[in-house]
Design a protein around this ligand. Structure first.
Ligand code: NAG
Ligand code: NAG
Ligand code: NAG
Length: 462
């Protein structure tokens, strides 16, 4: 090719042939091929399937929970596109990390594992159950049993000795964040119980979701007049003040749980709250300056300060927005423009790296932002996949009554035994420095906060 025919940007930046992925969000083949390219970029980071490697772990700097989240997206990728090339890796990772007790508390992780870390693996298993994702060969625990085990463990961690209830962020009292009750740990269990309520039809899960919602919605984590979801609150100050940091996935956790509860019960109470939180979410995370329909992780993205965890947060509310439109069809017309614009913009960020298709984070800009990683790929993948909903006849997430094949053991997670009973771990094992430096969503971050002064500093110490 003649040099003079190259577009100007290619000369200036020496970039590759690609100018982002040109997603047509109204075309099934375009969505499939775009999603396939982005999924391949995501999986280029993963080596756990190789002999001698560790199934279900991503290499540093990615924490264990993010791998769980990634495999959840791969279950959903298969559902949306039908591409099964990563199914075997996904089955292997989920079953290996769930362990024979189905609890997602593998000994390599337990000493630094938080409730939120565990829940993202449980979501992967729950999605696998809801979507009839193929089960692996053998007699291991079912996907539904894994989700139930995590529900049983986490609901037993309900702490009404402080702040009238709620879950603490951490599982172990030695870990930073034990004194923090937050939107992610509580929204995680709320969503899981709502999903189990819908899947199984059993009252106990719906009752739990109701109890959890009642606590949350009257705590400082939620502002009922503005429907703002705050990040967390300090137990040692009796949960009287909140850390108001705004993360998109906190909203997604709660609005999706509400969508499941509405789908399960048809009770208007859930729909009213769902609509209200969605509106605040759209207002907070889709700035008018970029058209009002493109998702921005507002706390860290404009300033370029997102840490490894933060970089994947957008993936969750993208996936969950689509799920909400599915579960509550009357909201689809409102939600679709956000999926369309964000999907297209996310694909357009995938123009970096040596392959010319590596995704950045800043969907509101047309030139690649120079960043790369699993979180960026995951987020773009979820945003692209979500557009399939409008075009392809997809089954609603199954329930036990509508064709869900995964059968669960209701007592999973309640047996006591080595590695199974967290109380044993708390009292019988000494934490080593290596343990403390281990995985954990934000667990290894030093959390320094002065509630009275009204400012919070979050810094990485891992
Ligand atoms: C725990 O770590 C060991 C050593 O790296 C590894 O062989 C094993 O697969 C890990 N277990 C899990 C469940 O990841
Ligand atoms: C606190 O929680 C425990 C265990 O779930 C329950 O038995 C007890 O009734 C609760 N107490 C109050 C005051 O809610
Ligand atoms: C928290 O509440 C308890 C019981 O009401 C009270 O004894 C304690 O002083 C309170 N602590 C703070 C920091 O407000």
């Amino acid at each position: 090719m003649l040099f003079s025919r190259l577009p100007l940007w290619a000369i200036t930046f020496g970039a590759g042939i690609a100018n982002g992925i040109d997603l047509n969000p109204d075309d099934i083949d375009s969505i499939k091929s775009s999603a396939s390219t982005v999924a391949a970029g995501m999986m280029s980071h993963y080596t756990g399937y190789r002999p001698g490697d560790n199934p279900g772990n991503l290499p540093p700097p990615y924490y264990w929970w993010e791998a769980g989240a990634m495999f959840g997206h791969l279950v959903e990728y298969w559902y949306y596109t039908g591409d099964d090339q990563y199914n075997a890796h996904t089955q292997q990772a989920i079953t290996w990390q769930a362990g024979t007790d189905a609890e997602f508390m593998p000994p390599n992780q337990t000493l630094s594992e938080g409730n939120d870390d565990q829940i993202f693996w449980a979501f992967a298993a729950m999605s696998a159950a809801e979507l009839n994702f193929p089960a692996p060969e053998g007699n291991g625990p079912s996907y539904l049993t894994m989700a139930i085990a995590v529900y049983n463990l986490q609901s037993a961690r309900w702490d009404n000795k402080t702040c009238g209830g709620g879950l603490r962020w951490q599982i172990l009292s030695q870990n930073t964040g034990w004194d923090y009750k937050n939107a992610v740990a509580n929204g995680g269990l709320f969503q899981l119980s709502a999903r189990l309520a819908r899947y199984t039809g059993e009252d106990k899960y719906a009752n739990w979701a109701e109890k959890h919602w009642d606590w949350f919605s009257t705590s400082v984590l939620y502002e009922p007049s503005t429907h703002q979801i705050n990040d967390g609150t300090d137990v040692t100050a009796n949960c009287t003040k909140s850390n108001p940091t705004q993360w998109s996935y906190n909203y997604g956790l709660w609005f999706t749980g509400l969508a499941y509860m509405y789908s399960a019960t048809q009770d208007q109470k859930w729909l009213t709250e769902l609509k209200a939180i969605l509106n605040t979410y759209f207002t907070n995370f889709y700035p008018q300056a970029s058209g009002g329909k493109i998702l921005v992780e507002i706390v860290c993205e404009p300033s370029g300060n997102c840490d490894t965890d933060n970089l994947c947060f957008k993936s969750f509310s993208m996936r969950w927005l689509a799920l909400t439109a599915q579960l509550v069809p009357e909201l689809a017309d409102q939600i679709n423009p956000y999926l369309r614009a964000s999907g297209k913009a996310a694909a357009g960020q995938c123009s970096g790296g040596s392959d010319g298709n590596t995704c950045g984070m800043k969907w509101t800009q047309t030139a690649w932002d120079g960043s790369t990683g699993v979180g960026q790929q995951m987020s773009a993948l979820a945003a692209i996949d979500a557009n399939m909903l409008r075009l392809k006849k997809l089954n609603l997430p199954y329930t036990a009554k509508t064709g869900g094949t995964s059968k669960g053991d209701p007592s999973a997670g309640t047996e006591t035994g080595p590695g199974n009973n967290i109380i044993d771990l708390i009292y019988t094992r000494k934490i080593t420095t290596a343990d403390q430096a281990g995985a954990g969503i934000l667990t290894a971050m030093a959390l320094a906060f002065t509630l009275g002064g009204g400012y919070w500093i979050l810094g990485t110490s891992a």
